[in-house]
Design a protein around this ligand. Structure first.
Ligand code: GLC
Length: 396
């Protein structure tokens, strides 16, 4: 069997990181893969390093660069549709020439283009959805169209969380596969009492600087946190992407207005992110909009760092472990600055409790989200799509 993996971008966003981690962890029974990206970039380099065959079929810049929110409107959709038609035809020819059996798409733009190309090439289609298909996340007409298509068009839809799946609940063939943690993302098991801290607390938020990630909320919570713990330092770990510079400026202006700017460092992109997470006293996930899954939450837990996170989207699934004998961290209402400050203060004021929760969280996420399981389920999904169960195939 041959599977073609399609993504419109080669920028390493959350979905692309999840894709790379999963492809790198596929079992020996995996089909023959070829990756087709619609742009050159770091994802292409990373997958090539992992020994995968990666081709780049460049999509016209103006189509691939539209952000989710600019993509709205019937006219824009029509214009976009017309612009990509020749591209979809070229892609279909390529897929047919390669004898591809399954087209596997991992971004919304590749879902749509891949749908046309897969049908023309006579291949099965698997959508892997990493975005909530909802109006608070996408322009309404785009969300409606995607929901309608998700219902019938693909042979299988995979969602990265039950929260994401709920946004396309009408889909006929739908299953959830959570993103997984690679061995490199898992730090040594923390022990209760580990964090009897002697140095000043460091509170960090990991993620690109964007209104959807809630850096502004953390800055607004900073004065109350500093009142209780005056030596606290804050780190905003990430950089503005996809035109979010204005928001980054707003975050800094707000910090200045609140008189906390000297306590807050915007680090920019940090390559050694696991070490950075491990060094935080508390890791905050402040997304005011529901996060489809929230890999950084699981990743911080896998580093043994206490986590305060907003309770929306896929994040509660990370926190919800029936086998755990207590909370895995702190959950707060999205957008609630006061609640966020309170939870961070609570975590900083009770390091013993923080470390107990961190121990539990580490045990829980490493048990529930290993990358090997994500890869196993994805492999199974591909084979099932062509109606071959792995046992029938004989595991060779
Ligand atoms: C997207 C989502 C994020 C999720 C990731 C992996 O980036 O926004 O919530 O963790 O995909 O599925």
């Amino acid at each position: 069997m041959k599977v073609a993996v399609l993504d419109h971008t080669a920028t390493l966003g959350g979905a692309e990181l999840a894709l790379a981690r999963t492809l790198e962890a596929l079992p020996a029974t995996a089909p023959e893969l070829s990756v087709v990206l619609f742009a050159e970039g770091p994802l292409a380099a990373r997958l090539r390093r992992a020994g995968l065959r990666v081709g780049v079929l460049p999509l016209r810049e103006e189509v691939s660069e539209t952000t989710r929110h600019e993509a709205g409107g019937a006219i824009a959709a029509l214009r976009g549709g017309l612009a990509v038609t020749p591209f979809a035809l070229r892609l279909a020819r390529l897929l047919r020439a390669e004898g591809v059996d399954v087209v596997y798409t991992t971004s919304l733009k590749s879902d749509l283009i891949g749908l046309v190309a897969a049908r023309l090439a006579g291949a099965k289609l698997v959508w892997h959805i990493h975005d909530r298909i909802s109006e608070d996340y996408l322009p309404a007409p785009v969300a409606r169209m995607l929901r309608r298509l998700a219902r019938r068009a693909p042979d299988l839809v995979i969602a990265n969380s039950y929260a994401t799946a709920a946004t396309i609940s009408g889909a006929q063939r739908l299953r959830v596969i959570h993103p997984g943690l690679t061995p490199e993302q898992i730090g040594p098991a923390p022990r209760a009492g580990d964090s009897t801290r002697t140095t000043a607390p460091v509170v960090g938020l990991v993620g690109r600087i964007s209104p959807t990630k809630g850096q502004l909320e953390l800055v607004r919570a900073a004065p109350a946190i500093l009142e209780a713990h005056p030596t606290t330092r804050f780190r905003l770990i990430g950089e503005p992407m996809f035109g979010a510079q204005a928001y980054a400026d707003e975050v800094i202006a707000e910090a200045q207005r609140l008189g906390v700017a000297d306590r807050i460092e915007v680090t920019g992109f940090i390559e050694a992110i696991t070490a950075e997470m491990a060094s935080l006293t508390v890791c905050v996930h402040a997304s005011p909009t529901p996060e489809p899954f929230g890999q950084v939450v699981a990743e911080a837990m896998a580093q043994g760092t206490p986590v305060v996170a907003t309770k929306a989207g896929g994040v509660p699934e990370i926190f919800d472990d029936p086998e755990a004998d207590g909370p895995l961290g702190w959950l707060v209402e999205p957008g609630d600055v006061h609640g966020l400050a309170e939870a961070v203060v609570d975590a900083l004021s009770n390091p013993a409790e923080g470390s107990e929760r961190a121990v539990r969280a580490w045990e829980s996420v490493t048990r529930r989200f290993p990358i090997s399981e994500t890869a196993r389920l994805l492999n199974e999904a591909w084979w099932e799509t062509v109606n071959v169960s792995l046992s029938e195939r004989g595991g060779g």
